[in-house]
Write a protein that binds this ligand. Sequence first.
Ligand SMILES: [Zn+2]
Length: 366
Amino acid sequence: MLQIFDGHNDVVSKLLAEERASARALITEGAAPAARNFFQRNAQGHIDLPRAREGGFAGGLFSIYVGPDPQAPPPVGPVLGRHAGLDMPIKFPRPLELGFAQRTSMAQMGVLFRLQRESHDQLRVVRSLAEVQRCFDDGALAAVIHFEGAEAIDPQLDMLEVFYAAGLRSLGPVWSRANDFGEGVPYLFPHSPDTGPGLTDAGKALVRACNELGIVVDLSHMNERGFWDVQQLTTAPLVASHSNAHAMTPTPRNLTDRQLDAIRDSGGVVGVNLAIGFLGDGTDDPATPISRIVEHFEYLIKRMGIDHVGFGADLDGARVPDAVGDVAGLPRVVDGLTAAGYVDADLEKVTHGNWLRVLGQTWKGS
Ligand SMILES: [Zn+2]
């Protein structure tokens, strides 16, 4: 089975949320549903170790994602769209407070480091390409720490050094909200990704610092002006870890042809997102067939070439087609690509080769 290195999953934030919900229920109700045990096969969620092995999932970018602060006042302003997969209206979220974002991010990193310790070497937080390759050779899961939104980092970037020392190797300056560094795209459909101003001065300094340290700058969730600001500044290949083709599914979370061309020209990579909201016609259909996922792969490959497309499945972060189901279903996507005529050399690049090349070019001392 081909080993899949994937550009985006949210299992860590889900595990923390499940643990906290379970602890709360124990206090208020005296009994609690158990949080997912990552080392056993579960019916809930998309990822655990047994299902990852079934699906040939060799690792990827493990997102540290800070949701809204439950203590903060509710969002203001008009409803701007619907969060794909969460089935709830979304208003443009309030900026997060730095302390809340730091506490939440460190708690999630704690969850990931605990998994590593309890895994008996079956899951490793990786900081270099050599470590990723050792995981591939040993059959261990390779987890790259990725921040989805840089709210836990102060504009002076002191915390960036701390998180880098702890293992941070990839970050999106913004999730779909505004922060000190720039603005993300709201969930509107259909809509252009050109939804607001580009990077702030602090955002530009963050990109330069990421280049200096060797941290991937992820463009998924960033609005179009921010995208072009990064493209002008960065010395690394451009990366959109979990986004599809805007020409096929016109959500601002997907990439226009011009953006795809710029990613290709930089030697970068796009991870195909399996969220039903980013694959179809805006109806978020759980019956979206595998063939539709394959069509997004084909569009991106025709536009950019086989060297610039990978996976960015968004497992545990979005509703994915029933035909995929969970991480164990990823080989069905690979089967779909095979049926569409891609040969082994192509599939090796798409399943992991392209991601590993770009990480190796971006990280220092790989
Ligand atoms: Zn995302």
